[in-house]
Design a binder for this molecule. Structure first.
Ligand code: PAF
Length: 278
């Protein structure tokens, strides 16, 4: 089983793949169909696939969220093994990734972090880029796979790679959904069965707005109205933004690349989702 739990073991193994086209799938574990889709795509496009499993402390805004995050390495390793026993897994310790201080580096994100998750979760994206940078340095992939559920994260990673001239192709992968439409997330595991079933309304609401070509004010009014019917769900934001700048648009225009984003919390679990307004 190619499982490496420290940098030394990873480096030793990675050397054997020199000249290979390597694809990286960075994860925080508690793997689900969304991750498996990233792995499948990485398998199609690369000679070797490297999955990292690391719950990164510097991207959490509070310790209760960090401690609640589901951890199940054995199950994750078995699931990857079922897809393909040749997939390499890197699951380091915090000490390995942060040998001196458990601390995020500060980056400039050209305003991409001033809205939505960046506005609600100070330093979150500094933590994400800090760890992605360390994982890129450790694995040296040619390409890396990220899901569009975390669209703002994906935009920030693409922007950082471009600005810092990092020769790694960032591959966006479509959102994978549960049967009721809820975007797949490791955090869904933390919901009660009833709430998880109810949470299907989030995507249905986004779909309704996108498929009816609604105006911005009508979208916001509709979302506020629907959330009022689901009082256990706190709506943090609903925002129509330009896909490149991530800034709010003045008006929805299906000819342009725009997207509708929502963030909500229920039972102490933060859920995010988005849809293209085309
Ligand atoms: O999307 C995630 O799971 C995490 O933010 C990532 C990219 C693995 C960094 O910890």
């Amino acid at each position: 089983m190619p499982l490496y739990q420290n940098l030394e073991a990873l480096h030793r193994e990675r050397k054997k793949y020199l000249g290979n086209q390597c694809g990286l799938v960075p994860t925080m574990g508690a793997l689900h169909q969304g991750h498996f889709a990233l792995i499948e795509q990485a398998q199609v496009e690369n000679e070797s696939v490297w999955v990292t499993i690391f719950v990164n402390p510097t991207q959490f805004n509070n310790t209760s969220d960090l401690h609640a995050y589901p951890v199940c390495l054995k199950k994750d390793v078995e699931a990857i093994h079922k897809i393909n026993p040749a997939i390499n897994i890197f699951a380091p310790s915090v000490q390995d990734m942060y040998p001196k201080h458990v601390h995020a580096t500060s980056y400039a994100f050209n305003g991409l972090d001033t809205v939505m998750e960046g506005a609600d979760r100070p330093d979150h994206f500094n933590g994400v880029i800090t760890i992605v940078s360390k994982l890129f340095e450790a694995v040296h992939p040619h390409s890396a796979y990220f899901g569009e559920k975390d669209f703002q994260q994906l935009s920030i990673i693409k922007n950082w790679v471009k600005t810092a001239n990092i020769p790694i192709t960032i591959v966006p992968c479509p959102i994978v959904r549960e049967a009721n439409g809820l975007a797949m997330s490791s955090r869904n595991e933390l919901l009660t069965k009833t709430t998880r079933a109810e949470a299907g309304f989030i995507y249905k609401t986004l779909e309704h707005c996108a498929s009816n070509y609604m105006k911005k004010a009508a979208i916001y009014a509709h979302i506020a109205n629907v959330f009022a019917q689901h009082p256990t769900f706190t709506l943090h934001y609903a925002l129509c933004v330009d896909e490149t700048s991530l800034q709010e648009v003045t008006e929805v225009n299906p000819q342009e690349n725009q997207r509708l984003f929502v963030a909500t919390s229920v039972e102490g679990v933060r859920l995010i989702d988005n849809i293209a307004l085309k």
